[in-house]
Ligand binder design. Structure first.
Ligand code: PLP
Length: 275
């Protein structure tokens, strides 16, 4: 049989390749990515970095993906489909970080959004020893936008008590921009900041929502990757992704005993009838 050639006449959505964990609740990880990316009109190619055992309250166990299988899946995929962005979520251990970095390094010039997941919202660990050091050494130099919350930023920088200096450390590692999310701070409103390596800083403020959510960081980072994949600039993409995330959280639903689930089944910001 002759090889099937794709038709040049068909529309091609922007492609985001995601390296993320599987969360069987569907709230976080790869299913969050697929939903948020689809909602932006882009296509998600899912690569599973780890499997988790968890419910809506917390993570109980993490099992790493087989590195050889992950490499083979990614290589086969990338030999065929050209990505417009990469999104990197929970990787779990240093070995998986190295596998992902090796793959991404072979595709320079493509936006990379890194959500440096270290633990779950419920406090359960999503990291083994050496993960943070591997992210700093291997992934930050490849990253277009890193999306840490304040706790993650303090771990990635060399200044464990100073957020601003930690962000400077992250940028120093070669990452182009840091979208520092502020929901973990004890403040009335939530204040997010975008720091870019060209020295600009943007501030985004939102009223604080009362609940706790499962997969809010995944929603933000994957939406951002889908927007960068569609050629939005970083400043606009961060604003749009934060607005989308706020909309998803405002419309959240509850399925289990623990955190609420972002409702990502929304049209992009500005398209909802009640906007
Ligand atoms: N990725 C996976 C597979 C997870 O299980 C979790 C949290 O449980 C996360 C990422 C991070 O979730 P959040 O977006 O709530 O920080």
């Amino acid at each position: 049989m002759p090889a099937i050639k794709s038709s040049t006449h068909l529309p091609r959505p922007a492609v985001v390749i995601c390296f993320s964990g599987l969360d069987p609740t569907g709230g976080a990880g790869i299913s969050a990515d697929i939903e948020a990316i689809t909602a932006q009109g882009a296509h998600c190619c899912p690569l599973i970095s780890c499997h988790t055992v968890q419910n809506s309250s917390d993570v109980q166990h993490v099992q790493q993906a087989d590195p050889q299988l992950l490499t083979r899946q990614a290589t086969t995929l990338l030999d065929d489909i050209k990505p417009d962005a990469f999104k990197i979520g929970a990787l779990g251990c240093a070995e998986t970080v190295k596998v992902v970095a090796n793959i991404v390094r072979q595709h320079p010039g493509i936006p990379v959004v890194l959500d440096p997941v270290i633990s779950a919202g419920g406090g359960g660990k999503l990291s083994r020893e050496g993960l943070i050091e591997a992210i700093i050494d291997e992934l930050l130099p490849l990253t277009s936008v890193c999306t840490p919350n304040t706790l993650e930023a303090l771990k990635l920088g060399q200044h464990p008590t100073d957020e601003t200096l930690s962000v400077a450390d992250i940028l120093q590692r070669g990452c182009h921009a840091v979208l520092l999310t502020g929901s973990h701070r004890d403040t009335k409103d939530v204040h997010h900041q975008l720091y870019q390596s060209n020295g600009t800083t943007n501030h985004y403020r939102y009223p604080r929502l009362a609940a706790e959510y499962h997969g809010s960081g995944c929603t933000l980072a994957s939406c951002l990757a889908a927007l960068l994949a569609q050629s939005h600039n970083v400043t606009d993409a961060c604003q749009l992704a934060l607005d989308y995330c706020r909309d998803c959280l405002s419309a959240a639903y509850s399925l289990g005993e623990g955190q609420q689930f972002p409702n990502r089944k929304l049209l992009p910001t500005g398209s909802n009838q009640n906007d």
